[in-house]
Write a protein that binds this ligand. Structure first.
Ligand SMILES: NC(=O)c1ccc[n+]([C@@H]2O[C@H](COP(=O)([O-])OP(=O)(O)OC[C@H]3O[C@@H](n4cnc5c(N)ncnc54)[C@H](O)[C@@H]3O)[C@@H](O)[C@H]2O)c1
Length: 278
């Protein structure tokens, strides 16, 4: 492969993807909003681009074979905040991919596209959209855009509905954890699988308590190795009693299913900032 572009490279998940992706192509371009992201890996170059600006995204995707699209506001926020980076930004990525002849978009979608489904429904990737927030709604928009650009314009897409890719610090994560190693493996599979058309898979590790059916991800050769059951006993012992009437406990979206529209879900989640350093 000649060139892979990664958006959201300065983010937490981007920090784990940069090195493995830099080894998968002749050239690797990482991108984010910051002017500079410090030291780079071999074959990596950095280019600042605002997702909400079509011209900048068009120039970013020049010569790319694939784009791994992780840039976004990663939390619930007022609609006006989500609109530029997450909704217009998704359009800019797919439109620029089409116009630049990019073969495939590997997209960081989210469980929050289907977050209001009850957790005891073992939903598959064909569950109807049921967003829990404006953030989740933007992921629904991007998935539908991916479907449209495949049907009408032949741009392939793998939409990875990531459940929760962070250290396991709460009971929900015992089911929803995606380890960093499994994230890297999933993205590598989404890049190297010869043909994908339009597809949706879940980004979740091999957890005993995974609440979704990811059987349709098998065509990618995705075989997650990590299992959050190793944390279950300690986490459940420390967890306060759960309320079966609380959507935050009962729905796939967890805390995002319970927050008011436009209010942060991440603020309630105790996420450890363990961004990888170069
Ligand atoms: N972390 C998770 O558990 C999880 C779960 C589901 C989906 N996701 C998705 O994965 C992706 C990465 O998540 P993360 O946890 O690394 O988030 P993050 O906030 O650490 O990283 C997102 C990056 O996007 C960049 N960005 C925001 N607005 C931008 C703009 N207008 N132009 C260019 N770049 C912009 C930010 O600067 C940031 O570096 C996001 O799309 C998120 O929605 C993450």
């Amino acid at each position: 492969m000649k060139r892979i572009v990664l958006t959201g490279a300065a983010g937490r998940l981007g920090s784990y993807l940069r090195e493995p992706l830099s080894k998968m192509a002749d050239s690797f371009v990482s991108s984010d909003l910051a002017d500079d992201i410090g030291r780079l890996y071999e074959k990596e170059t950095y280019r600042r681009a605002d997702l909400a600006n079509y011209d900048e995204i068009h120039a970013l995707l020049d010569g790319a074979d694939m784009v791994v699209h992780f840039g976004a506001i990663g939390d619930e926020a007022p609609f006006e905040t989500i609109l530029g980076p997450n909704i217009v930004g998704a359009y800019n990525i797919w439109e620029a991919a089409f116009r630049n002849g990019v073969r495939r978009v590997v997209y960081a979608s989210s469980i929050h596209a289907v977050g209001m489904h009850p957790k005891n429904d073992f939903i598959g990737t064909d569950a109807p959209h049921r967003p829990d927030t404006y953030y989740g709604l933007a992921k629904c928009f991007a998935e539908d855009l991916a479907s449209l650009y495949w049907d009408k314009r032949g741009v392939e897409a793998v939409c990875m509905r990531i459940l929760s890719c962070a250290q396991v610090t709460n009971a929900r994560a015992v089911g929803s954890w995606l380890s960093y190693d499994d994230l890297i493996h999933l993205v590598q599979c989404a890049i190297t699988t010869p043909v994908t058309g339009f597809s949706i898979v879940y980004g979740v590790s091999n957890n005993d308590r995974a609440p979704v059916d990811n059987a349709k991800a098998s065509f990618l050769g995705y075989r997650p190795k990590d299992n959050a059951e190793q944390f279950a006993e300690e986490i459940f012992a420390a967890e306060p009693p759960m309320d079966p009437a609380d959507p935050g406990h009962m729905c796939h979206g967890g805390p995002f299913a319970a927050v008011e529209l436009g209010h942060s879900g991440v603020a309630t989640m105790n996420i450890v900032d363990d961004k990888r350093k170069v």
